[in-house]
Design a protein around this ligand. Structure first.
Ligand code: S3P
Length: 740
């Protein structure tokens, strides 16, 4: 509970702040001050404040907090007035859209920045203005940026923080200069352009014509030119330096666009437009994901999987994730234009695609799985404008780190909360041995900062873990390293990199368990057909096996022998799976896979199959849970460092469903329910943001006696965006429950 809150300036923002806090009951008294008597009268009538004071001094005496919500250019005068008063311990704060000039004005007025002055800026507003538009909900789920200085009192900061949170705002802290630069770019520049464009068109003699035919694009782009001219005039004067800086950068880009139009340079235009289009979508995802990490539960996507079901039909699951990543990487490094079909339009592969766009590669699509990559050659990548954000995708980060170690420019790789916990020393250490300069976060976790311009030398590396990501990372670095780079794996892992390099005409030698490349060759553009992902098909292979009276055909699935462990394991468990119409497409073997219901039994999973089924264990555990007898997995500690700790997370969920499981350091022991009741129970399980866990528990519902609620399912979109639709099509009763 705080004592008196004084709000100076009863416009939309000040009025909404006062009203919201008055309604919250947090302040003993809310007092308004405004030069306009009409606004004061209305503020009391509308319940925005308890009362108004004509004199600033009278209002402020004994106030606990004073909110300064006057127009930004009026702030200087107001601060001079305040400096004359004895404010004691009163906390001051403001809502100005530019912070540098407020801090300057406060220093001038008070002699130094008062420690109990917390500068702030709510990013909220509406086309309406004045106290009559005051809305207690205006700041709910809006960002409020506070820009404390070094000397700012931490209690004062906490108090202001608390007031905004009470109004439902998301409060962030930033440095003053940073705030002004960010706002200049994201808010002030767009307003300047909108005002400028409308004025420029309106001045022309044919203006009536122009406005008569103005279409939606014009309306959308210029909506903000309807904003309050006086307020914006104030903002541009207040944030002069930062606006000039961002405007000059933009002018340079605009000139480049002009030159491209002048020169008929369609390639350049296509590059700018495709990058801009996806950047818009990409940034909104980053922002959504940041919110997801901050407030896990408010963004929880829940799947409701209803019990029972019988499967039938034929489907084609989305494109292979591993091959999709590599198609973008190698297509970008090739000379010429590469066409990709069947590309996985999931968030992981799209993160790779965006990274290459950020490095200047023009990539069209994806559109219905078609992507056109205008390759830049092995030495044609450009420095990205900022960190490359790779979302949830470990493959993107590990493969890119090898490739980027050989570039002339610096780069930083970041990811979401899950990726930020995954081990990167497995790639950083051998890359350093080749001469790369890489820094990781604490304990070898992301972010990775890679210094460009290093001379890499080829080496021989004996991989301690069987990892296709590590192998691929080093082979990609090898394209830039002097001499030969060779990698020996302790057990076979997926060989898509080796196959695809050859598909692009780059020689790769494979001798037993060792793959090697030499630098000095080039990649030539090609056509890639991405087969359906066996890791996505795996959910249906298990579903078709455990559901009664089922038969399902999975079309055009990649059956590269380094990926088919799931089929071998299911067959060992008694699964009825057959491969039809086997063929080779673009260097990768493909087949239609038929699966029928079967009585599965528990097995000791042969350890040599672990790397060949590494991504399929979550759903294989579900198969084991439905089987008769005990299944034992060993030698699979890698599962603990995937998108989640897949051993623990699956064990927790299966226990909830009443299955007897025992996690071990390198595997799990599962006693199938077929020997008892024949079905699992229902309940609430958590996928911990791991796509494959979410889908595995959806499949479990086929043999559950009650509904299963699966939390944290948003990341299914990383590898299988249309999972729910395909599952429903073949008879799995899983739907999205709620998105709060
Ligand atoms: C992948 C390799 C595997 C796999 C991942 C994709 C790849 O990881 O789990 O989903 O595309 O190279 P590891 O190499 O770490 O086993």
């Amino acid at each position: 509970m705080i004592g008196r809150l004084v709000v100076v300036g009863l416009g939309l923002i000040g009025g909404s702040f006062a009203k919201g806090l008055r309604e919250s009951g947090l302040c003993r008294e809310v007092v308004g001050v405004d030069l306009d008597p009409q606004s004061c009268r209305l503020a009391v009538e509308l319940g925005v404040v308890d009362r108004c004071e004509e004199q600033l001094a009278a209002a402020c005496q004994g106030a606990e907090v004073i909110q300064l919500a006057v127009p930004i250019l009026a702030m200087e005068k107001l601060l001079v007035e305040l400096a004359k008063l004895d404010l004691g311990n009163t906390v001051l704060t403001d809502v100005g859209s530019a912070k540098g000039n407020v801090v300057r004005a406060a220093r001038l007025a008070f002699g130094e920045m008062p420690a109990r002055f917390v500068p702030g800026h709510p990013i909220a507003g509406s086309e309406q203005s004045g106290v009559e538009a005051a809305n207690a909900e205006l700041f709910r789920r809006h960002k409020v940026i506070l820009t404390p200085l070094e000397q700012t009192d931490s209690q004062a900061l906490q108090l202001v923080d608390r007031l905004w949170r009470e109004l439902g705002a998301d409060v962030e802290h930033m440095q003053v200069e940073h705030h002004d630069q960010v706002l200049a770019a994201t808010s002030h520049l767009p307003h300047l352009l909108a005002f400028g464009l409308v004025d420029s068109l309106a001045k022309r003699s044919e203006n009536l014509e122009i406005f008569r035919y103005a279409a939606g694009g014009f309306r959308d782009f210029t909506r903000i030119a309807g904003s309050d001219p006086v307020m914006w005039h104030d903002i541009f004067l207040a944030n002069r330096e930062a606006v000039l800086h961002t405007l000059d950068l933009f002018r340079g880009d605009l000139d480049a666009l002009r030159d491209a139009v002048d020169a008929g340079d369609g390639h350049q235009l296509l590059g700018v437009f495709t990058r801009a289009r996806v950047a818009r979508e990409h940034f909104s995802k980053i922002l959504a994901r940041r919110a997801y990490v901050d407030a896990m539960h408010s963004n929880d996507l829940i799947f409701l999987a209803n019990p029972g079901g019988k499967l039938s039909g034929r489907i084609r699951v989305p494109g292979d994730k591993s091959i999709s990543h590599r198609s973008i990487m190698l297509g970008s490094l090739a000379e010429g234009t590469t066409e990709v079909e069947g590309f996985l339009e999931g968030e992981d592969a799209l993160a790779t695609l965006q990274a290459f766009r950020d490095m200047g590669v023009v990539i069209e699509g994806p559109h219905h799985g078609r992507v056109t990559i205008h390759g830049v050659g092995l030495h044609g990548l450009q420095a990205p404008p900022g960190p490359l954000y790779l979302g949830n995708s470990g493959t993107s980060m590990r493969l890119l780190s090898g490739l980027l170690a050989g570039q002339s420019f610096d780069s930083t790789l970041t990811g979401d909360a899950s990726l930020s916990k995954r081990p990167m020393n497995r790639v950083a250490r051998p890359l350093r041995e080749m001469g790369a300069m890489i820094e990781t976060g604490p304990e070898g976790r992301p972010p990775l900062t890679i210094r460009g311009g290093q001379r890499l030398s080829g080496m021989h590396y004996e991989m301690p873990v069987a990892s296709a990501q590590v192998k691929s990372c080093l082979l990609l670095a090898g394209l830039y390293a002097a001499g030969q780079t060779s990698v020996t794996e302790p057990a076979p892992t997926r060989d898509h990199t080796e196959r695809m390099l050859r598909g692009f005409g780059y020689p790769v030698a494979v001798d037993g368990s060792t793959a090697s490349v030499e630098s000095g060759h080039k990649l030539t553009a090609t056509h890639i057909e991405v087969p359906a992902d066996i890791s996505s098909a795996a959910f249906f292979l298990v579903a078709g096996s455990i559901a009664e009276d089922s038969e399902l055909l999975l079309e055009h699935v990649g059956i590269n022998p380094t990926r088919t462990g799931v089929i071998d394991i299911l067959k060992l468990m008694g699964g009825d799976i057959s491969l039809e119409n086997q063929r080779e497409v673009g260097g990768e073997p493909v087949a239609d896979i038929r699966v029928r219901s079967a009585k599965l039994h528990g097995i000791d999973i042969p350890e040599h199959l672990v790397p060949l089924a590494i991504d399929e264990f979550p759903v294989l555990f579900v198969a084991a849970a439905c089987a008769e007898g005990r299944t034992v997995l060993r030698g699979a500690e890698e599962l603990r460092v995937k998108e989640s700790d897949r051993i623990q997370v699956m064990a927790d969920g299966l226990l909830t469903l009443g299955v007897k499981v025992e996690p071990t350091p390198d595997g799990i022991i599962i006693d199938g329910v077929a020997s008892d009741s024949g079905s699992m129970g229902g309940g609430e399980v958590w996928s911990h943001g791991d796509h494959r866990i979410a889908m595995a528990f959806s499949v479990a519902s086929l043999r559950a006696a009650a509904p299963i609620h699966i939390h944290d399912c948003a990341n299914v979109a990383t590898s299988f965006p249309n999972f729910l639709a395909l599952a429903a099509q073949v008879g799995i009763r899983v739907t999205q429950e709620a998105k709060s």
